[in-house]
Write a new protein. Structure first.
Length: 157
C-alpha cells in the first residue's frame, strides 16, 4: 500500500507482537510503521476522524445498491463501481438541493421509485401514444401466454 501512496489509518490490536504498536489515545492502538514521520498525534486523529463518516456513507450503499457484492474482477473494476455509486449519490444530493429539500440529502431512498405508482407498467402505453412501435403490446403478450400455457386471462387496467 505504501508504494501506491496510501496510508492505512486503521486501528490495531493491542497485543500484536510482529509490529510496533502504540496507544495514541486511551483504547486506541495504532501500528506506528504506518504513521508518517512528522505527523503529530492530533493531526493523525483528525485524519482518523474522517474514517467513520466515510464508512457510514458506504454502509447504505451496500444495502441499497448491493455494493457489497461486486460481480467484477480487479481493483480497477471495483474502483469504477464505487465511483459510479458516489456519482449517483452526488446527483441525488444536487437534485435535493435544487428542489429546495435539503432534508433529502444523504437519504438513500429519496429518489427510489414509489411502490404506489405503476409507472413501469405505463411506459409501453406512453411509448405507443408517442408513436413508437412497441412489439410487446397487450395482444402479443396475451397470444404468447395462451400459446405457451394454453390459458387466457385478462389484465385489468
Amino acid at each position: 500500500m505504501r508504494f501506491k501512496g496510501l496510508i492505512p489509518i486503521i486501528r490495531a490490536r493491542k497485543n500484536l507482537k510482529t509490529h510496533p504498536i502504540r496507544e495514541l489515545k486511551k483504547g486506541f492502538f495504532f501500528n506506528t510503521n504506518y504513521i508518517p514521520d512528522g505527523w503529530s498525534d492530533d493531526y493523525f486523529f483528525k485524519i482518523y476522524s474522517f474514517r467513520p463518516m466515510i464508512e457510514q456513507g458506504n454502509s447504505y450503499n451496500n444495502t441499497y445498491y448491493n455494493a457489497y457484492r461486486m460481480n467484477n474482477r480487479g481493483m480497477d473494476a471495483a474502483i469504477k463501481l464505487r465511483s459510479l455509486i458516489y456519482i449517483l449519490e452526488l446527483l441525488k444530493a444536487l437534485t435535493a438541493y435544487k428542489l429546495g429539500r435539503p432534508d433529502l440529502i444523504m437519504k438513500p431512498s429519496a429518489s427510489e421509485s414509489s411502490r404506489h405508482s405503476n409507472f413501469r407498467r405505463m411506459l409501453p402505453y406512453e411509448a405507443q401514444k408517442s408513436g413508437y412501435l412497441y412489439f410487446n403490446s397487450e395482444d402479443v403478450l396475451h397470444r404468447r401466454i395462451k400459446n405457451l400455457y394454453g390459458i387466457f386471462f385478462c389484465i385489468l387496467l
